[in-house]
Design a protein around this ligand. Structure first.
Ligand SMILES: *Cc1c(COP(=O)(O)O)cnc(C)c1O
Length: 349
């Protein structure tokens, strides 16, 4: 029987007691136009970046709020979603005491962050169709289990998890469920961001690194209840999203239909790539994909990986991940890049 979720029972005692650092710009709440700013020991000579960035990224958040249909109060931005995930660990997981559940084969950062933070990892392997095993996951939790990481669409398997099963997990898991939606914009599945006020133990992360084409600026987005967002705000570095990142994101997001059109092109290219891959003799399986990459099983992944490198094409060899034996992961590129990949694959002996 699930215990009633109480955020206060999940937060680390140290964090609950923490008095956050208050920056100069946190303490000033007025209108920023026509003011003289002598509060932050900045160099006064204008060059576009001589001032500290807005620690709450208000302009960027209001744009994202509009795009995503989620209130700004339910959004926290990070230096990539990797920073957001690290904040989640530091807020809720007590080193050398707590544990998390991951569902491999999946994104490697969850384990790395657990190891960095001295948190035990309970790994519950996905089933043969790369779907989560609900009963085994719920059985794996104990009183020190704080987080469950669900990556959907999942990297590297490329599929989405069944939404009824995800809901069962959120409903029955005693800790916080983190749904990593890095690839959601390529998927036909509904995002969970509209459910954050329905489930007090839900965190959803997204990123501008994939569909939005801004991996270089490092911008991750966290959606959760106001209560969870305020805990994360308390521990985030004050100026974690720099000025250039905020400006570039605002500029790119203002271009009408940019991401939408690129996603459409990538999805068309993905279908082309899949149909071409079906003709490659040493490809034995092409897994269903809901993301901007394709996972395929081949005769000898390491050999094929090295052969492609020799032809100047870099892909990802996932063969060492349990459940992905002899699997390669191809990111969908431009038409031209995909054609180069296919012609290289066709030429291999
Ligand atoms: C690429 C990726 C991310 C993105 O991380 P950023 O730090 O925002 O660039 C997050 N989760 C998964 C599963 C990914 O594959």
């Amino acid at each position: 029987m699930k215990t009633i979720f109480n955020l206060n029972d999940i937060i680390r005692p140290t964090i609950k007691a923490l008095k956050p650092y208050s920056s100069a710009r946190d303490e000033f709440h007025g209108n920023s136009d026509a003011m003289v700013f002598l509060d932050a020991n900045e160099n006064p000579f204008e060059n576009g970046v001589n001032r500290y960035p807005d620690p709450q990224q208000r302009k960027l958040k209001s744009i994202l709020s509009e795009i995503k249909g989620v209130s700004e109060k339910n959004i926290l931005l990070g230096n990539g979603s990797d920073e957001v995930l690290d904040l989640v660990f530091r807020a809720f997981c007590e080193p050398n005491q707590d544990n998390i559940i991951t569902l491999p084969p999946t994104y490697g950062m969850y384990s790395v962050l657990a190891n960095v933070n001295a948190i035990e990892i309970k790994a519950v392997q996905l089933d043969g169709k790369f779907q989560p095993k609900i009963d085994a996951i719920l059985k794996a939790q104990n009183k020190n289990t704080k987080l469950l990481f669900i990556c959907s669409p999942n990297n590297p398997t490329a599929n989405s998890f069944d939404s009824n099963n995800i809901e069962k997990l959120i409903d029955n898991f005693d800790g916080i469920v983190v749904i990593d939606e890095a690839y959601i914009d390529f998927s036909n599945e509904e995002s969970w961001i509209k459910k954050i006020n329905e489930f007090p133990n839900l965190i959803v992360t997204q990123t501008l690194s994939k569909a939005y084409g801004m991996a270089g600026i490092r911008l991750g987005i966290c959606f959760a209840s106001e209560a969870i967002i305020s805990v994360l705000n308390k521990i985030k570095p004050p100026y974690n999203v720099n000025e250039l990142t905020q400006q570039k994101a605002i500029e790119q997001l203002a271009i009408p239909n940019l991401a939408k059109n690129q996603i459409e092109t990538i999805l068309k290219e993905r279908e082309m790539l899949i149909s071409q891959l079906q003709q490659i003799s040493f490809v034995s399986k092409i897994y269903p994909t809901d993301a901007n990459f394709v996972l395929v099983k081949v005769d000898n992944a390491t050999n094929r990986y090295n052969q492609l490198i020799d032809k100047g094409i870099v892909i990802r060899n996932r063969a060492t991940q349990h459940g992905c034996e002899n699997c390669l992961r191809f990111t969908v590129g431009t038409k031209n890049e995909n054609e180069k990949l296919i012609s290289a694959l066709k030429s291999l002996k």
